[in-house]
Design a protein around this ligand. Structure first.
Ligand code: HEM
Length: 264
C-alpha cells in the first residue's frame, strides 16, 4: 500500500521530534550528571574561563532542542490525535470530546503556572512535601482526564503536559537565570545573588525527574496497551511517574558517587 501524505507527515514529524528530543535530553543529562558535579571543583579563575565558553554552547542546543521538541510534539498531537481521531473513545458524546480537547490544551499551555506557583509557595520549600503534592496533583489530573479520554491519548497527553512544564522551565526559569550568571562572570552585567543559581539548578533537577516518566509516556502508545486500556490506566500512569522518579534518583546517586571516576 502506498503511504498516504499523512503517513509521510507522521513519520517525518516523529523523526524531527525524536531528534530534537535527543538533543534536548543529551544536554539536560550532561548538565545534571556531569557538569554540575565537575563545576563544584572549579575555582574562581576556572569558572571565569570555562563557564562563558562552555555554558552558552550547551544552553543553545538545550533551549532550542526544548522548543522544537515541544512545537513538533504539538503538531504531532494535531496529526495523530485530533485529525487521526484517537482523542476519545468511539462512543464519546460531543461534550466529552469538547472537555477532552479543552482540558488537554489548557493543561499543555497553562499547567506550568500551577507547578510554578506550587514550587514557589511555602509547600515547595520542602522538596519531599513539594514532590508528594505534585504526585497527588498528577494523580488527580490523570484520573480526571481518564474520564473523558481514550487510553492511548491519555498517556500521551500526560507526557505532553509534563513535557510542556519542562519546556517552560527551560525558557522561563533556567535560561534567564543562566544568562544572568554568564553576564556576571563576563562582567557584562551585575553578579547575581546565590538564589539565581539555586533556582536554575532546582528546576533543572526537576526536569530530569520529569524527563524519565515523559519518555515512558512517549513510547507507551506503541507498547504498553495493557496499561492504557485498563480501567485503572490513571493509576498505572501514576505508578510510571513513581518508577521514573526512582530511576532519576538512582542516576543522581550514581553521578555524585565515585563510580563514574573509577578508571577502567
Ligand atoms: C521531554 C521531551 C520529549 C521527548 C524526549 C519526546 C520523545 C518522544 C518519542 C521518543 C516519541 C515516540 C516516537 C514513536 O515511537 O513513534 C514521541 C512521540 C510523541 N510525542 Fe514526544 N517527546 C517529548 C515531549 C513531547 C511534548 C512536549 C509533546 C506535545 C506537546 C509530545 C508529543 C508527542 C506525540 C503526539 C507523539 C506521538 C505519540 C503516538 O504515536 O501516539 N512530545 N515523543
Amino acid at each position: 500500500m502506498d503511504p498516504t501524505f499523512q503517513q509521510y507527515l507522521d513519520a517525518g514529524l516523529r523523526w524531527f521530534h525524536v531528534v530534537a528530543g535527543v538533543i534536548w535530553m543529551s544536554q539536560l543529562f550532561f548538565f545534571n550528571f556531569v557538569h554540575a558535579v565537575v563545576a563544584r571543583g572549579y575555582d574562581e579563575q576556572m569558572k571565569r574561563k570555562l563557564v562563558p565558553e562552555l555554558m552558552p554552547r550547551a544552553l543553545y542546543f538545550f533551549r532550542w532542542g526544548a522548543l522544537f521538541t515541544w512545537l513538533s510534539g504539538l503538531v504531532l498531537i494535531g496529526v495523530v490525535y485530533h485529525v487521526g481521531g484517537l482523542m476519545v473513545p468511539t462512543d464519546a458524546t460531543p461534550l466529552q470530546r469538547g472537555i477532552a480537547f479543552g482540558a488537554s490544551q489548557a493543561l499543555i499551555y497553562f499547567g506550568f503556572f500551577l507547578y510554578d506557583l506550587l514550587w514557589k509557595s511555602p509547600l515547595g520549600k520542602n522538596e519531599t512535601v513539594g514532590a508528594l503534592v505534585s504526585l497527588g496533583l498528577f494523580a488527580a489530573m490523570a484520573f480526571g482526564l481518564s474520564r473523558v479520554m481514550a487510553g492511548r491519548a491519555l498517556w500521551l497527553h500526560l507526557g505532553a503536559i509534563l513535557g510542556s512544564i519542562m519546556m517552560l522551565n527551560v525558557w522561563m526559569r533556567i535560561w534567564p537565570a543562566h544568562k544572568k550568571i554568564i553576564r556576571g562572570l563576563k562582567e557584562t552585567g551585575p553578579t547575581p545573588g546565590p538564589e539565581v543559581a539555586a533556582l536554575a539548578s532546582l528546576r533543572s533537577k526537576h526536569n530530569v525527574y520529569l524527563s524519565i516518566p515523559v519518555l515512558f509516556f512517549m513510547v507507551a502508545p506503541h507498547t504498553f496497551t495493557l496499561g492504557y486500556a485498563d480501567e485503572l490506566n490513571w493509576a498505572w500512569a501514576t505508578g510510571a511517574v513513581i518508577a521514573g522518579w526512582a530511576a532519576a534518583k538512582f542516576l543522581f546517586h550514581k553521578a555524585n558517587s565515585p563510580a563514574p571516576l573509577k578508571a577502567p
